[in-house]
Design a protein around this ligand. Structure first.
Ligand SMILES: Nc1ncnc2c1ncn2[C@@H]1O[C@H](COP(=O)(O)OP(=O)(O)OP(=O)(O)O)[C@@H](O)[C@H]1O
Ligand SMILES: [Mg+2]
Length: 633
């Protein structure tokens, strides 16, 4: 199971399909707003095009005026006013569609983030094994941001540009077929240069994203590992590694942008060149006898093409030629943004499409529905429901499991834990102790064999309810930002303050909590960094205790706690254990001495089992571990 590293970030595999899906996703919830966007985009493009056509009569009038011919000045004023009105309307329409698109984009991204986070909560642990945190984080940051740009700026601009190009082209053909031909020839040259430079720069933009991902991942890792870096004096080495990554980002960024920046000036210059060509060809054709080549037949007034009229047409046409190039240039400048946004969108959709963890079977946990009024499993059957009292009897029968198909971790494990029993797993590091507990709460599914809970195959139990019945202290304690009280209440959200304090007392955490600056209201900083390791473990135990589950799983729960405190917790635990099944994993064997059964694991197999006395008498692995521990003491 290789982690997908930032180095694998790439362009979209299927850009058109991704674009289609993104558009559908965006606009399906905003039908009315979308209709307005279309109307305003149409209005703004039409206004841009229409405005230029009123220049021709003004120029014609001015031309005549300069020759001393009688001129109705009102024609000039009227057209100037019309042009002003049209461009104002166009600007207002552009403002309106940009505002609406911004609103649509923000709403869409909020919905998408909600969906992403909801999905993340449902993904199986396997998914997190296969993706780095950096990769997941950048879905919410980089990728969502490139999509924001695409939706709120690029797409409206693309549509508006496409419309403008069509409108302008139509007008140009109507005004002058000859000059339009000149434009088309220049356009072909431009497209070739854009293609050559544009695709190179897109390649570098994607590489830049990859380099950025690597750099971010490195910074994240170095921030988390500051203490280790300092302890091993790795500052210099870390700086060198950072320099390599930073140079790479600099290099790709420079190339990407250099190409992108060449494109702009080249296009600009080609645009000016085109303007000059059109002007020269146009002026050359304003000579008697050639004007029919300049002006399309549509524009002819009684077949007469006088110079003033042609000058008017030419000036409008020159404006159009500028308007024709501008959207094409804008679109080419957006090309990289589109490539990056579609790659990001595809990654996000991939995450959203990952199948959720299956919810398990249809047997649920219920309280107070049975005669005893206690917790019970509720199993649907032919005539309604059957209730099975929740006792906490857990059995493994010939369970075989591997995190990947290639490597088996647990081989043919069979064991049972009766209600109220304390079962211990001991064994060397990496033997598979934590893995066994991962299977009870169905973090992972077994390849063969069966695990039963009160006689029910755990696959038939609804996963949420299965986990609700298990109180777990994980090997690596994790606390959340919030008060101490909040963190204990995490075990059972409806627990009262009193119940939380009681649990803390049982876990022997009450003493240290009351000595914190604000007691139970002290805010725990990021993952409990303002507490000692042992204090964090005590809180994790209190959190599991408040859950009042019939089965407790304690994975190295007391590994950082001093032996005296551990003894004190044990008393609390013993009280708590009455009627509960407890699985304990501990390297410190004094912790497990009083267990009903101790399983010794080695390379994923149970090699010895029995209680403490039996195992000592056996003089096997347990004896070695136990006496070895004494030697070390
Ligand atoms: N998420 C995972 N993906 C792949 N392999 C894993 C994963 N977690 C654990 N393993 C492998 O499974 C084996 C058993 O790991 P496990 O965590 O169960 O050991 P353990 O007995 O709890 O060790 P320790 O005493 O150090 O906590 C190890 O070889 C480990 O490399
Ligand atoms: Mg472990």
């Amino acid at each position: 199971m290789n982690k997908t590293v930032a180095g694998k970030r790439r362009g979209a595999k299927n850009p058109m399909q991704t674009l289609k899906r993104l558009l559908k996703y965006t606009f399906k919830n905003y039908k009315a707003a979308t209709a307005f966007v279309i109307i305003f985009v149409l209005l703004s493009s039409a206004a841009n095009v229409l405005g230029a056509s009123f220049v021709a009569p003004i120029i014609t009038a001015l031309f005549n005026f300069s020759k001393g011919a009688p001129v109705d000045m009102w024609i000039i004023y009227k057209n100037v006013i019309i042009i002003a009105c049209i461009y104002t309307a166009g600007a207002l329409a552009a403002f309106a569609y940009n505002r609406i698109m911004m609103y649509i984009a923000q709403g869409t991204l909020k919905r998408l983030r909600d969906e992403m986070f909801a999905k993340m909560q449902k993904l199986p642990l396997k998914y997190f094994d296969a993706h780095t945190h950096g990769d997941l984080m950048s879905l919410y940051t980089n990728d969502v941001d490139t999509m924001r740009q695409l939706l709120s700026q690029t797409i409206p601009q693309l549509v508006s540009s496409a419309l403008t190009v069509i409108f302008v082209f139509t007008m140009m053909v109507l005004y002058s077929v000859t000059l339009t031909l000149v434009i088309v020839i220049m356009l072909v040259v431009m497209i070739f240069s854009i293609k050559a430079i544009g695709s190179r720069s897109a390649k570098y933009f994607l590489k830049q994203q990859v380099a950025l991902g690597k750099l971010n991942g490195f910074v994240e890792e170095m921030t988390e590992g500051q203490k280790v870096i300092k302890v091993f004096c790795h500052e210099q080495k870390a700086r060198e590694q950072f320099k390599v990554l930073n140079d790479e980002l600099n290099e790709t960024g420079r190339k990407a942008n250099a190409n992108a920046f060449i494109l702009g000036p080249i296009n600009n210059n080609l645009g000016y060149l085109q303007y000059v060509f059109v002007a020269i060809v146009g002026l050359a054709l304003i000579i008697p006898g050639a004007t029919q080549w300049l002006v399309s037949p549509y524009c002819a007034i009684n077949g007469a093409y006088d110079v003033a009229f042609c000058a008017g047409i030419l000036s409008s046409f020159l404006l159009y030629s500028r308007q024709f190039n501008m959207p094409i240039q804008q679109v080419t400048q957006q090309f990289n943004a589109i490539v990056m946004a579609l790659a990001g969108a595809e990654r996000i959709f991939e995450m959203v499409d990952t199948p959720a963890e299956d919810v398990g079977g249809n047997i649920t946990l219920t309280y107070g529905e049975t005669e005893e009024g206690k917790w019970a499993w509720k199993k649907p059957c032919e005539n309604g429901f059957e209730f099975i009292p929740l006792k906490g009897d857990i059995r493994f029968e010939d369970v075989t499991f591997g995190y990947t198909d290639e490597k088996v971790i647990l081989k043919d494990i069979s064991l049972y834990a009766k209600p109220g029993q304390k079962i211990a797993f001991v064994g060397s590091t990496g033997a598979g102790k934590t893995t066994i507990t991962n299977l009870i709460n169905r973090f992972y599914d077994i390849q063969s064999g069966v695990i039963t809970y009160d006689g029910i195959n755990i696959r038939d139990i609804k996963k949420d309810d299965l986990r609700r019945s298990l109180g777990v202290v994980l090997q690596d304690t994790h606390l959340f930002t919030g008060t101490v009280m909040d963190n204990i209440r995490y075990g059972r959200l409806n627990a009262t303050d009193e119940q939380c304090i009681n649990a803390a007392k049982l876990a022997n955490a009450h003493f240290f909590i009351t000595h914190l600056p604000e007691g139970y209201n002290t805010v725990i900083k990021r993952d409990g960094s303002n507490l000692s390791q042992g204090q964090r473990q005590l809180l994790a135990i209190a959190r599991a205790m408040v859950s009042e589950c019939p089965v407790l799983i304690l994975d190295e729960a007391t590994s950082s706690i001093d032996t005296r405190t551990e003894k004190l917790i044990e008393e609390g635990m013993d009280k708590l254990m009455e009627g509960r099944t407890v699985f304990v994993i501990a390297h410190r064997l004094s912790t497990v001495r009083n267990s009903h059964a101790i399983m010794v694991l080695e390379h994923g197999e149970i090699i010895e089992r029995g209680d403490h006395e039996q195992l000592i008498a056996k003089k096997g692995k347990y004896y070695q571990l136990y006496t070895g521990a004494f030697e070390l003491d």
